[in-house]
Design a protein around this ligand. Structure first.
Ligand SMILES: [Zn+2]
Length: 433
């Protein structure tokens, strides 16, 4: 993928950028506390990319004076970004694209008053997506994944994490990861695949969580690692899904096989976070019901190991779509020094949106994050949540030239204009898409 882009990436110069959101940083860890809102704005900015990598970032007038640019100007492809904002492509660090159909019955039941857990108990929820995935061919599933990826790209997302998790058998989970890989090869952005075999206990193992966890640990994880099909292993650790003890077993097996770990935690019920931190999870996601002790443990861990911090990834699209009227306490997390990221949680049951700008809007309106904090949480901190910050999440020399050009003059307009898509153009590894 990278070799391909090196061969085909033109030399690209973006000029006259009204606001360049560079997000350059002096630290190698994720943004925390007051630093989260530091965007490193450059007005009348310019970015030069060569061979898919960013080589210089600054003012347009300085770029035009540069002797190398002057000498090579005829060979450089220029994009005039007057009146526009350029930011790093969004890093959507939590998505579930390997499904085949929307869950419209669940949607109507919820409108009629059923809760998430009532829907799950009646045979809806995650389990109702399983049959479609098990029946689908790998090629058909890849088509569905690719459709989701294209919708994300159109709204400025250039890197995503993509989970399996609707197969819930060895074959169907491996097929899901293969379909994610197939779609990734046809998409210009970067995909980080995650094995979520432990999404929910499948019907045939009802009441036998331990037996199913052994399949995840002894069959799914070794096969996913051996086939290089996943970078991470995820667990839905919550009431009605997997216990903290099972989560630790799965994390241990993932680590034994050289895979990173992450988990869905505290969405429906509280679970103590501190015991999970010893497995060095890249991210703990949802975080609706965390306690002050959990927040203190996360903040302390962030200070102890600055380069490998656990990011708290918030997915307000799920709170919105479930009609909860309640959102994670982003302000408390940020003000306590916990690194926070934002993601879509793109999935057919609880967050059917591919739009990071919409998630930013929700974060500002319902979680009282500033527009600047929301942008940093959706770019550089998303990159940290995938342990990809050396390549992604900011516009700095040496990083991948993944850029989103928005047809707005001020970055605050990105979360301000709800629903309509203001993304004008997306560049992945120096190539216009
Ligand atoms: Zn999720």
């Amino acid at each position: 993928m990278r070799l391909k882009s090196l061969r085909t990436s033109p030399t690209l110069l973006l000029l006259n950028i009204a606001q360049l959101v560079a997000l350059q940083s002096n630290t190698n860890g994720p943004r925390r506390g007051r630093d989260l809102g530091e965007l490193g704005l450059i007005e009348d900015g310019a970015v030069l990319s060569v061979g898919g990598k960013i080589v210089s970032v600054g003012k347009t007038k300085d770029a035009l004076r540069d002797s190398w640019i002057r000498k090579n100007r005829r060979k450089i492809r220029e994009i005039d970004c007057a009146g526009k904002v350029v930011l790093p492509g969004f890093v959507d660090s939590h998505t579930h694209p390997a499904f085949t159909a929307p869950r419209l019955v669940d949607f109507e039941k919820r409108i009629a008053g059923a809760t998430y857990e009532q829907i799950a108990e009646a045979g809806g929820g995650i389990r109702s997506s399983v049959e479609g995935v098990r029946k689908a061919t790998r090629a058909a599933l890849a088509e569905h994944v690719l459709a989701g990826l294209k919708a994300m790209l159109a709204q400025g997302t250039t890197t995503i994490e993509a989970k399996s998790g609707y197969g819930l058998s060895l074959d169907a989970e491996l097929k899901s990861l293969e379909a994610i890989g197939d779609a990734a090869r046809q998409w210009p952005g970067t995909v980080v695949p995650t094995l979520l075999g432990a999404h929910v206990v499948p019907r045939e193992y009802e009441g036998r969580e331990g037996k199913y966890v052994r399949i995840v640990c002894q069959e799914m994880i070794p096969r996913a690692a051996e086939g290089k099909l996943a970078c991470f292993v995820d667990v839905f650790c919550d009431r009605g899904a997997f216990s903290p003890e099972s989560t630790e077993h799965i994390f241990f097996a993932a680590r034994e096989h050289g895979l990173g770990v992450r988990a869905h935690v505290c969405q429906l019920s509280h679970c103590e976070i501190a015991p999970l931190l010893k497995y060095d999870p890249a991210s703990l996601d949802h975080m609706d019901r965390v306690t002050d002790d959990d927040i203190a443990a996360l903040a302390a861990q962030a200070v102890l190991s600055p380069a490998y911090q656990t990011v708290a990834t918030l997915v307000p699209g799920a709170n919105h779509f479930l009609g909860l009227g309640r959102f994670p306490d982003a302000r408390k997390l940020i003000d306590s020094g916990v690194p926070v990221a934002l993601a879509t949680d793109y999935n057919p049951g609880t967050s059917p949106t591919a739009s990071m700008p919409f998630v930013l809007s929700l974060a500002c309106t319902h979680m009282k994050m500033t527009p600047a904090e929301a942008i940093a949480a959706a770019t550089i901190n998303g990159a940290h949540a995938l342990r990809l910050a050396e390549r992604k999440g900011s516009i700095e020399p040496g990083k991948d030239a993944d850029l989103a050009i928005f047809d707005v003059a001020d970055y605050r307009e990105i979360p301000y204009w709800i629903v309509g898509n203001r993304c004008h153009k997306v560049i992945c590894a120096g190539v216009e898409t």
